[in-house]
Design a protein around this ligand. Structure first.
Ligand SMILES: [Zn+2]
Length: 325
């Protein structure tokens, strides 16, 4: 792993019971219950990660979140105290703002966004897993991909399915006032309009292009600012263990999509990713494509971990079920 920190796995306690990923990626220890791993100092000792110390922090009133100016008129809105370490992005133009993901829905991301901009805000999600749509219901204008998966996820998730996300073992600090383990859920949200591959969003002096990258989920997208050379990758790539074991993941489609992103790499200056740390080099996309080739061709060898297999590469890894390759 490239990180000097001991924590390699971005989470453990909440994955579906059918796939008990409990292991730290670099030091699998199947005898330790996931809950106790997450509660150990390796999870909480160093959040936010050391990479944030180089970034331009912007103080916001709600200390559940931390905001960073990661490029001119681009803010990363991080939730470092919950094991997902998810990152949403507020992207400003002259006339409007796009909020790319809304996080866990544990704190009010709308309040944070209101501190950062007066512009009208449109929400678009990198995909509709619960750690990226938790604040959608706080906004009036939500764009979405037109997939059945998206429509189902827009119905929200009940407390019983997501309460583990706010169990004390998943947290590094107390929940914000008004949120409890018994009340937490993912609210349903209204979709204002559907978007698709190649559609553009004109924010005024900044145009964002939607790149459909089905694989991690059917509705996964990347967001491209060709003018700046920025690509927001969602969960398709980040520097950590990339989860590709969910039932809705299509590994073949993911490989095709990542080949497409790798082809964009020469045009890019920066990747903005959705977990752990916000900024990555575009060359990572080439490394990811090569990694997938090595996996599919049987050259890369996975390490067995509880319930699955982890393929470890420099700076990232890929987690699969045993039956996926
Ligand atoms: Zn995620």
């Amino acid at each position: 792993m490239s990180s000097p920190r001991s924590r390699a796995f971005r989470g453990a306690p909440l994955v579906a019971a059918t796939l008990a990923w409990g292991a730290m990626a670099c030091a699998p220890d199947p005898d330790v219950a996931p809950e106790s791993r997450a509660a150990t100092a390796t999870f909480c000792a160093d959040v936010p990660r050391w990479q944030y110390s180089d970034l331009d922090r912007v103080e916001v009133g709600n200390d559940w979140f931390q905001a960073y100016r990661v490029a001119p008129r681009v803010y990363a809105i991080h939730e470092p105290f919950q094991f997902q370490e998810v990152i949403s992005y507020l992207i400003l133009g002259d006339d409007g703002a796009l909020l790319f993901d809304t996080g866990m829905g544990i704190g009010s991301i709308r309040a944070v966004v209101a501190e950062l901009t007066d512009l009208p805000v449109t929400v678009l999600n990198s995909h509709t897993h619960m750690d990226h749509v938790g604040g959608n219901a706080e906004f009036e204008r939500v764009l979405a991909m037109d997939t059945q998966f998206t429509r189902v996820r827009a119905l929200g998730r009940p407390n019983a399915e997501v309460r583990g996300e706010v169990h004390e073992s998943a947290l590094c600090r107390p929940l914000p006032a008004g949120v409890t383990e018994d009340s937490y859920h993912t609210p349903a949200f209204e979709i204002d309009a559907f978007v698709g591959d190649g559609d553009t969003i004109d924010l005024g002096a900044r145009t964002l292009e939607i790149v459909a990258v089905p694989g991690h989920t059917p509705d996964a997208i990347a967001l491209l600012d060709r003018g700046a050379g920025f690509l927001w990758t969602g969960d398709s790539f980040y520097e950590g263990p990339i989860w590709l074991f969910a039932p809705e993941t299509d590994l073949e489609a993911y490989r095709t999509s990542m080949t497409r992103l790798a082809d964009l790499a020469p045009e890019l200056t920066t990747l903005f990713t959705a977990h752990n740390t916000p900024v990555a080099q575009p060359s990572r996309l080439l490394e990811l494509a090569d990694a997938l080739d090595a996996m599919f061709e049987g050259i890369a060898v996975g390490n067995p971990i509880p319930g699955g297999v982890e393929f470890v590469f420099e700076g990232f890894s890929i987690l699969l079920r045993r039956d996926q390759l």
